[in-house]
Design a protein around this ligand. Structure first.
Ligand code: NI
Length: 258
């Protein structure tokens, strides 16, 4: 069975459907999902959902878009949600987004580094959102290498194939989603081929990044099946192998997953 390692079940676009999505996970071939926080409310709501449903895990973190809203109170809330809570599997999504630049870059960098420290304190891996900022991300990881002991994931990896071994120095994992099914995916597919098999994860980022043939509509965790099909085709693997490899990798990185 597959694991959707990055979805947003608390997103308002899925409101009213969340319980049905969770109830049909097993029938859809998923053994679990990780609902990812991107600010204080989504982190709290994700933790509430994870407390209610065995197959739902969560993360807590401040997205680079919202870096300007990060305060010590928010970090204290993340610590109280995550500390001793086996359903909180990572700090994220955190990182840098120079495509939208919704928070000033200096603030993004500061809040990113502060949350790497939070992950070290809580002994959790980090789930990174990086867009048009891979070199600055590399530099910040290098400056904070002592805080990466519990693992690094580059979610929705959109960097080059050449950067894969560069992040490999941090023992990073790489997650791919609907973008590998898009027509213009050549660069993503080259990167996918460059990732070591034991560092590969699958995700949906739902309700966003909907794979072909549903592109333009709402995305759901079940569509991780379409991502797995495409990954099997590109990597020349049996579909069952992709399933085994990526599920085993997810459980190694997020070691609180059952
Ligand atoms: Ni996301």
């Amino acid at each position: 069975m597959l694991i959707d390692t990055h979805c947003h079940l608390t997103d308002e676009r899925l409101a009213g459907e969340t319980e049905n999505i969770i109830a049909s996970l097993e029938a859809d071939g998923l053994e679990s999902v990780i609902t990812v926080g991107y600010d204080e409310p989504s982190s709290r709501e994700g933790a509430q959902l994870a407390a209610r449903f065995a197959d739902v895990y969560c993360t807590v973190g401040m997205h680079p878009h919202d870096a300007s809203a990060a305060t010590q109170d928010v970090y204290d809330e993340f610590v109280s949600l995550a500390n001793g809570n086996p359903k909180v599997v990572a700090i994220g999504e955190i990182g840098l987004d120079y495509y939208y630049d919704l928070s000033p870059r200096e603030t993004q960098k500061k809040v990113f580094a502060e949350q790497l420290e939070l992950a070290r304190f809580l002994k959790l891996p980090v789930c990174l959102h990086v867009r048009d900022a891979y070199e600055d991300c590399r530099r910040i990881l290098a400056d904070n290498a002592d805080k990466l002991t519990y693992g690094v994931l580059l979610h929705c990896y959109s960097g080059s194939a050449e950067m894969v071994p560069v992040f490999g120095k941090f023992d990073a994992y790489f997650a791919f989603g609907g973008a590998i099914t898009f027509k213009n995916a050549r660069r993503n597919l080259e990167a996918l081929l460059a990732v070591p098999r034991d560092r590969l994860l699958l995700e949906t980022d739902c309700p966003y990044m909907t794979p072909v043939p549903y592109r333009g509509q709402t995305n759901f965790p079940k569509y991780v099946n379409l991502v797995a099909d495409k990954a099997a085709e590109v990597l020349g693997l049996q579909r069952a192998e992709v399933e085994d490899i990526t599920t085993e990798n997810a459980k190694r990185l997020f070691n609180r997953l059952k």
